[in-house]
Design a binder for this molecule. Structure first.
Ligand code: MLT
Length: 413
């Protein structure tokens, strides 16, 4: 009989967010009157801005006319969008990234998950713990790990503890890592790496011959002008880093789907003969073979996010969510909870009260306050004892959630 990829059987039960969804659906079915507030998965609630909607509609109309209709687009993305990204996301910050180093895609989750395919199966990977689970799971699927140990860590993967003691900024790996996943602003802890931090990582990667896979999906939530938005703001990063960005959270595209990955032309890795090979060329080859690009109307919508009106509208959305994050942070801090993140990031990371396990706190909030959050343990063993609340919700729901949490925790004490 046909055999499966048995590495999949090393994975823990289900992917985090569907597992949360399953528990919430079960609770909802048993408690149909419960008014559940969802601050779990980071899914946007504000509608697509007017500038983006009209660009998409206009593009759909073009598709209705044989003279302007478009079939397959370039697998790497249309030039108009790649150039708009290069000019606006990088050019304005004096960062050198050219349009042909940008690969437009349907999501950063996909790109962060797919990128490992172009590297050797015996590459050692290093991740921060807690971590966005996609980095780990996709490497487990590919066979770069052993089984999960009783500690909750996969054998063969290097975990870099990210704790309150180190301000959620992990030390460099203790052993050589070929691929190092970093995320800033961080999902889940909300920590943002400074220029100095990133400089340290770039120097480390250059010395150790590692590649940094830098997830900057939340960079638009940075308000402190001293903080870097891109790893390419650091000298020397172009030889050692790949960057992932998304329109999901800053422009409301979680359902519309558009993102991009920057692979600099200078980035090289070794082939079996020890020769240096272009990573850009490999990613291009991979995308051209396995991906047919993002739809034309969606790419026009993404382009509109860079128009003057689009910038104004997306900035308003970001401010709205950051204001929610502030409500969560301040509300929880006012009842003595230890809170982190939520300033230059849309996620608030909190220590569970009374040393509750993070899934126990999840159950408590769901059952007693009808609030959905994300248990820290879902992001790896280092997240145990922590909990993540997302600011991607309507303000009135966030306010109501904080009132309920306050009441619940007072009742408990
Ligand atoms: C999250 O809640 O961590 C994000 O929504 C996950 C994602 O963007 O895939």
């Amino acid at each position: 009989m046909t055999r499966i990829n048995s590495h999949y059987q090393k994975l823990q039960a289900g992917y985090l967010f569907p597992e949360i969804g399953r528990r919430v659906r079960e609770f909802s079915a048993q408690n149909p009157d419960a008014k559940i507030i969802r601050l779990g998965i980071g899914d946007v609630v504000l509608p697509l801005p007017e500038s983006i909607r009209s660009a998409i509609k206009k593009a759909v109309d073009e598709m209705a006319d044989p003279k302007t209709f478009r079939g397959y687009g370039p697998e790497q993305g249309y030039e108009f969008l790649r150039q708009a990204i290069a000019d606006n996301d990088y050019g304005t910050r004096k960062v050198s990234v050219s349009a042909d180093e940008i690969f437009v895609s349907d999501g950063s989750k996909c790109d962060c998950g797919n990128i490992q395919e172009i590297f050797s199966l015996d590459s050692k990977i290093a991740v921060v713990d807690p971590v966005y689970p996609v980095y780990v799971d996709t490497n487990v699927m590919a066979g770069r790990s052993g089984h999960i140990a009783p500690s909750g860590h996969y054998e063969g993967i290097i975990y870099m503890p990210s704790t309150a003691e180190n301000q959620f900024k992990p030390d460099f790996p203790k052993e050589h890592a070929d691929l190092i996943y970093l995320c800033s602003p961080n999902n889940p802890t909300g920590t943002v790496l400074t220029h100095e931090d990133l400089k340290g990582w770039v120097e480390y990667a250059r010395k150790s011959g590692s590649i940094i896979l830098f997830d900057a999906a939340y960079h638009d939530f940075i308000t402190d002008s001293s903080l870097p938005h891109s790893i390419f703001e650091i000298d020397g990063a172009r030889e050692v880093a790949i960057e992932f960005r998304s329109f999901s959270k800053n422009a409301g595209f979680t359902g519309t789907r558009c993102a991009f990955t920057v692979v600099p032309k200078e980035l090289k890795a070794l082939n079996d003969k020890g020769e240096k090979v272009s990573v850009h060329a490999l990613w291009n080859r991979r995308q051209s073979t396995k991906f047919n690009g993002v739809s034309y109307p969606v790419q026009r919508g993404a382009e509109a996010a860079y128009s003057p009106q689009g910038k104004k509208e997306t900035q308003e959305m970001i401010r709205y969510y950051l204001n929610n994050a502030q409500i969560i942070r301040e509300g929880l801090a006012s009842i003595g909870l230890e809170v982190y993140g939520g300033v230059d990031a849309p996620y608030v990371w909190l220590k569970t009260p009374g040393d509750l396990g993070s899934w126990d706190f999840f159950d408590l909030l769901l059952k007693e306050a009808n609030i959905v959050g994300t248990p820290g343990a879902g992001f790896g063993p280092g997240g145990e004892g922590y909990f993540r609340l997302s600011s991607f919700a309507f303000k009135e729901n966030v306010e109501e959630a904080i009132t309920r949490i306050k009441q619940q925790l007072k009742v408990k004490n």
